[in-house]
Design a protein around this ligand. Structure first.
Ligand SMILES: Nc1nc2c(ncn2[C@@H]2O[C@H](COP(=O)(O)OP(=O)(O)OP(=O)(O)O)[C@@H](O)[C@H]2O)c(=O)[nH]1
Ligand SMILES: [Mg+2]
Length: 501
């Protein structure tokens, strides 16, 4: 991954974590909030210094040739090389970068002791070292305390420390006891260069290099790479440059440190944002609507609404819910919706949920608002009329027929016609009665369904507005904060998966 892409990714992770903090706000425990916030501030500071840089410090005893190597590696003659010891008292820096000033301010290199390798004409040959910030340090074994202090301050800031030793003093006790033995554990960020190899007869060079390696093994640094070089003849310089190119091509220690800190911060956040917390409260809604329907006495009210033919508001008129009657329902809801939430999140859920009074008032109003068409339905009215017509017709015709039969006043045809009409009327009356009763039952059923459906709909709205919506606001924030924290984690995991480091 390129250094810029690395920085962009790290800034993205900082932004995600910052958003997570913002979304969650004070619902994150104060200690975690402070710790994550501090980590983000530190990360920002490091990113501002530029994590694309790899700081390499040349450290060693006076006269070992640090300044000479600095010049040889940078192919310039910027550092002072001297015969009088110690020569270097002020750090010198060469940056293969145009953005290293903030970093060099932080390291403490004077402005006039910096040189930018990109401003030189042969910059093209230097691109393989892009990102390198090479530091020439004063001697660590100096008679000048300030030199030692500089070394002690800068060594921990470096991504790679190059210990420069020479054939005369490589076994120096101050070097091994004072510095090298303390480096065990961070061998990966050091390199030893045995300089002035030109002063050693060719036949003895391998032996002396092996000796340096042995001493390092005794120091507990057996893994550390030892390179031989001569700043005067230029032998071994290409190898050092190529070694440095490999190192600057890897993720800088600064980037790694920021990445690690961000992962730790992300983990702290995900720890207080458990995965078990639901993202929404919808699953608790049907049961709560049922419970509220029972509380308002929906079954009895439905029976009333079915059998009374007024506009339906009478069914919901009496019996307003009391606040106390919904207390348990509200508590059960909060218990369920807030399962697994941390204490501050739970408080926020409780605070965001309207009080018992409000729920009781809205539920009562929802029941009272239901209206049904008043009076009998058209079917009922029709069959009632048909019954009446049939009954009248039947009775009149039969009475007329009876009178005519008894008085024998009419022809047989007329008697037969009246008898037929009477029978038709009676049948129509009987069918009418049955159909009338059926239509009344159907109307009751329809009224019951409409009433109960409308009340449940109204109560569902109450549950949605007063319970589900506020709960989802809290659960949504929780889920969002967790997703952001996970994004900051998983991006890192993805990076590891890509680069295998
Ligand atoms: N023969 C030989 N002489 C070298 C080599 N490297 C440096 N010198 C000489 O050693 C002397 C000291 O070199 P510097 O580069 O100033 O050493 P330094 O480590 O920077 O010394 P301080 O700044 O005092 O800590 C100079 O006279 C250099 O010319 C080398 O590889 N071979
Ligand atoms: Mg020097």
């Amino acid at each position: 991954m390129g250094a810029r892409a690395d920085e962009t990714e790290l800034r993205g992770r900082v932004a995600d974590l910052r958003s997570a903090l913002k979304v969650a706000g004070e619902r994150i425990p104060a200690a975690v909030r402070t710790s994550v916030d501090d980590a983000l501030t530190t990360a920002d500071g490091r990113l501002d210094l530029g994590v694309e840089h790899t700081v390499v410090a040349l450290v060693g005893g006076t006269g070992s040739g640090k300044s000479s190597l600095f010049n040889a590696i940078s192919r310039m003659t910027f550092a002072d090389v001297g015969v009088r010891r110690p020569t270097t008292s002020l750090m010198t820096a060469c940056a293969w970068s145009e953005r290293a000033d903030a970093l060099l301010d932080w390291v403490g290199v004077d402005r006039e002791r910096r040189i930018n390798r990109f401003s030189s004409l042969d910059g093209d040959q230097e691109t393989q070292l892009t990102g390198l910030v090479l530091l020439d340090l004063p001697d660590h074994d100096s008679i000048a305390t300030i030199h030692r202090e500089t070394v002690d301050r800068v060594v921990p800031m470096a991504d790679l420390v190059v210990w420069v030793v020479d054939p005369q003093k490589y076994a120096d006790h101050a070097l091994h006891a004072g510095y090298l033995q303390g480096m065990a554990g961070v061998e990966g960020s050091m390199l030893v260069v045995l300089n002035q190899l030109d002063t050693v007869p060719e036949g003895q060079r391998a032996e002396i290099l092996a000796d340096v390696q042995n001493l390092l093994t005794v120091d507990g640094l057996g893994e550390v790479e030892v390179l031989g070089a001569s700043a005067v003849t230029g032998d071994g310089i290409a190898e050092i440059r190529s070694r440095l190119a490999t190192i600057v091509g890897q993720r800088s220690r600064a980037a790694l440190r920021v990445a690690t800190e961000l992962s730790r911060a992300a983990e702290q956040l995900t720890d207080v944002l458990p995965a078990e917390v639901a993202r929404r409260s919808a699953s608790g809604v049907p049961g709560t609507v049922d419970a509220l329907a029972d509380l308002v006495g929906l079954p009895e009210r439905t029976t009333t609404a079915a059998h009374t033919l007024d506009d339906g508001t009478r069914a919901g008129a009496d019996g307003a819910l009391t606040a106390a009657s919904v207390t348990q329902l509200r508590e059960a809801w909060l218990e369920r919706a807030g399962a697994h939430l941390g204490p501050a999140w739970r408080d926020s859920l409780v605070e965001g949920t309207p009080e018992d009074e409000e729920i009781a008032r809205r539920a009562t109003a929802a029941v009272r608002a239901v209206r049904l068409p008043a009076g009998p339905s058209r079917g009922v009215r029709g069959w009632r009329a048909a019954t009446a017509v049939g009954a009248v017709l039947g009775v009149v015709a039969l009475v007329a027929w009876l009178v005519l039969v008894l008085t024998d006043a009419a022809a047989d045809d007329v008697q037969l016609l009246l008898l037929g009409l009477g029978v038709v009327g009676v049948v129509l009356g009987l069918v009418g009665v049955l159909a009338w009763r059926g239509a009344r039952r159907a109307q009751s059923r329809a009224r019951a369904e409409t009433f109960s459906g409308a009340v449940r709909e109204g109560l569902a709205r109450v549950v949605h507005d007063l319970l589900e919506t506020p709960a989802d606001a809290v659960l949504g924030a929780h889920a969002e904060a967790r997703t952001l924290a996970l994004a900051a984690l998983s991006r890192e995991a993805a990076r590891h998966a890509r680069s295998g480091d």
